[in-house]
Ligand binder design. Sequence first.
Ligand SMILES: [Zn+2]
Length: 269
Amino acid sequence: MRRFVLFLFIFFLVCGIIAQAEEWDTLKSTHFVVYYKKAPEDFVKKISDRAEELYNKITADLGFNRFDFWLWDNRAKIYIYDDAVQFQTTTGNPAWVGGVAIPKLKTIATFYYAKNTDYSPQVSLPDFLNQGLPHEMTHIIFREFVGFSNTAIPLWLEEGVASYQEKDKYDKVYALLKYWRSEKRFMDLKKLSQFSALSGIDDKTAGVFYAEAFTVVDFLMKEFGRDRFVLFCQNLRDKKNFEQALVSTYSLRDIGELDSAWQRYLWHE
Ligand SMILES: [Zn+2]
């Protein structure tokens, strides 16, 4: 069975990636430098081309104005490890992770999927181009907007925004959520807000967490619109307090009211 694959972001510096920078081959484009070793050039080129396509698409989708252009020395870095084991050992990620972003360093890391092993997630290149890459790039773009060291951002919002850019992945998510609710695996917003990291969490719980996080952002976008969401992110950036940003943007009293409104939307009540 195909293993559930997710894409993460991390705050800390991955020393291994940076220290080995000189040993990598590079493919440079206007906004990105792709680092690779044994991955074939056509694989590398596809990732580089797609990243350039997404560069403006993601900011436009989210309604963010870009202030910090990713040019010259400010280009984003994408590291492609030779295989999943090398990726996991260097970045310290569990087997269900297909890629990571380190927003502050404007860096993304993934691996060459053709060399999948038993230890690797069954990711394909199209999965990465349509889901993993936009997800990881969104982590960087979102953090550039709300502030890299802003601690007011709950993990569910961070992952929800990134997952919102994954093409087609959550098409059936509303049916899945109903199923998880019947299985008593659904988590309310209070529970979601308790997650500050996903390390040590099993892949099933992580799957529910990401899917639910996606639907909160989807709900905010569909119910209140993109301009309001941009205002919400500006308030998060300026106030550095989640509940204050929420209350001053939306006609909601507190996070509890967001939870009720979101759940009414989910269950069509
Ligand atoms: Zn993520």
